[in-house]
Design a protein around this ligand. Structure first.
Ligand SMILES: [Zn+2]
Length: 53
């Protein structure tokens, strides 16, 4: 997997995660929607990114 700088979105408050894998489908959806913000914002790593390191 390809690690990228941590990013997250603040548009879905019930999903307090960040992503750091380029292939993450959830992270890619965030990027596709244009809601990507840099950093972890103190969130935990998303489940997909956790299991595809
Ligand atoms: Zn992710």
């Amino acid at each position: 997997m390809t690690m990228v700088p941590a990013f997250h979105t603040d548009t879905d408050p019930e999903d307090l995660v960040y992503h750091d894998q380029a292939e993450c489908p959830y992270g890619n959806e965030v990027k596709r929607n244009g809601n990507s913000k840099p950093g972890t914002a103190g969130r935990h790593l998303c489940g997909w990114c956790t299991s595809h390191r």
